[in-house]
Design a protein around this ligand. Structure first.
Ligand SMILES: Cc1ncc(COP(=O)(O)O)c(C=O)c1O
Length: 398
């Protein structure tokens, strides 16, 4: 007999993006093709300069590196931020094992068990899992499809602040919403955080993917020295999901010192990957311009495809590579399962993520799905056609 596991272990939520993994694996062998739009794994090639370093890394030993990251890599990251209009010294940046570890470290550094982090929902569902791991609580403030998931009125956000609130966290541009916060929204959030002496944590892993207008980082302007924390990742920026590299950046020395000690406990982020990442940071704006153009084309294809389907609602998102859309069905968990396992068009179908899993409030977003536009436009157009035909044929359609 084993001892019972912790409540935390029992309560750890499963990922909504992977909810349909088991039926997908079964259907994969039955259908001629299933368009995978459920997970943010881009099909974009990892830059060859990264692969070169990786393949030719000189042995004989891959050693531990410094817990906060290689100093020369942190300098390169500081230069990268300067190029984005964000002034950070290498000491204000810590390299982490992916953006995921960066978020866990930030939650652990700024909350005690029972403390609260306010997050506009729908949000990247793994925030729930990260909070559960360290015993903090996510307090949602609901944004609406009708506004394109803009920040709810600041008075609604303020109403959520309690004596246990330690931070507001945003994802900018957002996963799953694609919403890119305006300069005014960032300023309003900053003012609120300063007023209540709480942190503003900004997940900016999709910073380069803003298609109309500009990205506004929380640290791009002065006046937010103590209260701002950026979490970041190379996974999407350079199509390096499996490399597991990310970073935390803040002017707040106490935050950086606490996270560095956490970093010491797990020894170091991946060594070879940091050397390879130094190469991809030489790619510069041309690289991002090309990638941005490609994703913009994909976004337009998906949006145009969705607009042709009767009863579908969404606003055109400005950023990231996701669209959260409302469908004319009562429960997209059932619909997505049916689409995957029972519907086919010429033996093809589509896999989407049910939207409810991106909300912390129970029973909302049940009529929404998230689409990740991580395959090329021709395939996306076909996938949207199949989705439309699926909706027409769905017995549970409203
Ligand atoms: C908004 C957001 N934050 C963080 C992460 C985690 O990224 P990483 O692969 O660096 O752990 C993801 C991954 O999909 C994400 O979408």
């Amino acid at each position: 007999m084993t001892k019972a596991i912790s409540n935390r272990g029992k309560e750890q939520p499963a990922s909504p993006m992977r909810r349909l993994e088991a039926p997908y694996l079964k259907m994969k062998d039955i259908r001629s093709h299933i368009y995978p739009l459920n997970i943010g794994q881009p099909d974009i090639e990892t830059p060859p300069s990264y692969m070169d370093v990786y393949r030719n890394f000189p042995g004989p030993t891959i050693k531990y590196g410094p817990s906060g990251g290689l100093p020369e890599y942190r300098k390169i990251l500081s230069d990268y931020y300067a190029g984005c209009g964000i002034s950070l010294t290498p000491d204000e940046i810590l390299v982490t094992t992916g953006g995921s570890e960066a978020i866990i470290f930030v939650f652990a550094a700024i909350t005690d068990p029972g403390d609260e982090v306010i997050v506009p929902e729908p949000f990247y569902a793994n925030y729930n899992g990260f909070a559960n791991m360290v015993g903090s609580r996510i307090i949602p403030v609901t944004s609406r499809a009708e506004t394109g998931y803009a920040l709810p009125p600041i008075s609604e956000v303020e109403l959520k602040i309690s004596p246990r609130t330690r931070a507001i966290m945003i994802c900018n541009p957002g996963n799953p919403t694609g919403y890119a916060y305006t300069k005014e929204e960032i300023s309003a959030l900053k003012a609120l955080c300063l007023k209540h002496d709480i942190f503003l944590v900004s997940d900016e892993v999709y910073r380069e993917f803003v298609y109309d207008g500009k990205h506004h980082s929380i640290l791009s302007e002065p006046g937010f020295e103590e209260h701002g924390i950026i979490v970041d990742s190379l996974s999407k920026r350079f199509s390096l999901c499996g490399a597991r590299l990310g970073q935390v950046a803040s002017h707040n020395k106490d935050v950086i010192d606490a996270i560095l000690k956490m970093g010491q406990a797990r020894l170091c982020p991946p060594t070879v990957e940091q050397y390879a990442a130094m190469e991809v940071h030489k790619l510069g704006q041309d690289y991002f311009d090309g990638i941005r153009k490609e994703y913009q084309k994909r976004r337009d294809t998906v949006y145009d495809g969705l607009m042709k389907i009767d009863g579908v609602f969404c606003k055109k998102p400005r950023g990231a590579f996701y669209i959260q859309a409302k469908l004319p069905v009562a429960d997209t968990i059932e619909f997505a399962h049916w689409l995957l396992t029972e519907f086919e068009l010429e033996n093809e179908t589509v896999l989407v993520a049910p939207g409810n899993g991106f909300y912390a409030t129970k029973d909302i977003g049940l009529d929404e799905i998230r689409i990740a536009y991580i395959i090329e436009s021709g395939q996306l157009a076909r996938a949207m056609h199949i989705l439309g035909e699926g909706l027409r044929a769905y017995p549970g359609r409203k």
